[in-house]
Design a protein around this ligand. Structure first.
Ligand SMILES: N[C@@H]1[C@@H](O)[C@H](O)[C@@H](COP(=O)(O)O)O[C@@H]1O
Length: 411
């Protein structure tokens, strides 16, 4: 057997056919009207086609390689894209912040799938501290099918989708539209279905030729900026400091990308054959942990999981020989995250801690500690997400080099 047969490929299996409708919103009894149902059917068909077209798990799949390689320049350009996104949305953000500050909202739902859901998780703390109402990140399927009775005319539903065509997220927006909620789409695809079905749209200056990076961080920065502007209007303590900090974030992101790539490349070279990769975080950092696992699953044929810092301790969460990235910027989760790191070592794992200046609790516990500049924990996902994204990309590049060398030597 040649090395190339080791990993099964995802294609070309025949499509699984089913008589079950693609959504409970299609057909008799649907809460949606005929026009809305047509929208659901159309995006659902297109989504299925895009999933079938995903790269295979072949170690040298050129389609995956092209997408991985396109990820890097997009990743590196994130600080610039954030600057542009915030600048072009300046007036729209002011207008929306005026509206939000003046509206008697009782609840905000921030919804999406994949990286877009991770962004909602990362933005929760800053949104809640500035808006003063629950700002729940909700998986779009859950919002559309289970939480609809909670969505009212006093809700703000922010739907995040880079493509603007993700079926469950479009359905969540349609449910919100139906309930009379204020709906805001955040997408880098103007004219997308989500944008057309939402009352307002904030357009991201981001591309997604590679796996999602810019589309996620520009959305996160935009949500932070919106939160801060609302907080400034309603006199929330800390709003002005957060605004000042946000303006420094793109520069700090540039510094982090410059500083962490080389040490992470060494780690990726060492860990490339581990097979399973774990990422842990808590609070707003749970978002970057989810993104870390997502980039490994997208960039490589391997398995990755995000495990919440606390949940790690309630099961045997790591097997001997597995690597764990613990993301824990200065904040209340640090003591438990240090415990996570030490437990992971006890189970025979290798631990890479990502924290911020001034935290030395991982020294002597983790195999390596990556230290980022210190910022408020609420804004720190814009920094902790960078090593998480880079890890997936760098693992993939190390694996491609190894697979190529094996091909050349016929090993
Ligand atoms: N594999 C992709 C993810 O990378 C993406 O994060 C998610 C949400 O996409 P979007 O933000 O376009 O709704 O869906 C897809 O299935």
């Amino acid at each position: 057997m040649s090395t190339l047969d080791v990993h099964p490929t995802r294609t070309p299996e025949p499509p699984v056919t089913s008589t079950t409708p693609a959504s409970p919103f299609l057909g008799p009894g649907s809460p949606l009207d005929a026009r809305q149902q047509e929208v659901v059917q159309r995006v659902s068909d297109a989504e299925h086609a895009s999933i079938v077209a995903l790269p295979s798990d072949h170690p040298l799949d050129p389609k995956r390689r092209a997408r991985d390689e396109a990820t890097y320049p997009e990743l590196v350009a994130q600080p610039d894209r954030i600057r542009e996104t915030l600048a072009v949305n300046d007036a729209a953000l002011d207008e929306l912040a005026d509206l939000v500050a003046a509206t008697d909202l009782d609840r905000v739902f921030v919804t999406g799938a994949g990286d877009s859901l991770a962004v909602a998780i990362a933005a929760r703390q800053v949104l809640e501290s500035m808006l003063g109402v629950p700002c729940e990140p909700v998986q779009s399927l859950d919002l559309a099918y289970y939480l609809a009775p909670l969505v009212t005319g006093r809700s703000l539903v922010v739907a995040l989708s880079s493509s603007g065509e993700t079926t469950r997220t479009v359905e969540a927006a349609l449910v919100a539209q139906h309930a009379g909620a204020l709906t805001v789409a955040i997408t880098n695809t103007p004219g997308s279905t989500l944008a057309r079905e939402s009352e307002r749209t904030l357009v991201l200056r981001a591309t997604r030729v590679g796996w999602p990076t810019q589309s996620s961080t520009t959305a996160l920065a935009l949500l932070v900026d919106l939160a801060v502007r609302v907080g400034q209007r309603t006199g929330r303590p800390g709003a002005h400091d957060l605004a000042a900090e946000l303006s420094r974030l793109p520069g700090l992101m540039e510094q982090v990308i410059r500083d962490v790539e080389a040490p992470l490349a060494v780690i990726a070279e060492r860990e490339q054959g581990s097979g399973t990769f774990l990422f842990s975080g808590a609070g707003p950092t749970w978002g970057p942990a989810v993104i870390g696992a997502a980039k490994v699953k997208e960039c490589t044929p391997d398995h990755a999981e995000a495990v919440q810092v606390e949940e790690f301790h309630h099961y045997n969460s790591l097997k001997a020989g597995e690597p764990l990235w613990v993301l824990a910027p200065a904040g209340p989760s640090v003591p438990r995250a240090v415990h996570t790191a030490s437990e992971a070592k006890r189970f025979g794992g290798r631990v890479y801690a990502v924290t911020t200046e001034g935290v030395d609790a991982f020294d002597g516990v983790a195999d390596e500690v990556i230290v980022l500049p210190r910022v408020s924990e609420a804004l720190s996902p814009l920094l902790t997400v960078l090593p998480a994204q880079l890890t997936g990309y760098l693992l993939a590049m190390a694996q491609f080099r190894t697979a190529e060398a094996r091909e050349t030597t016929g090993g």
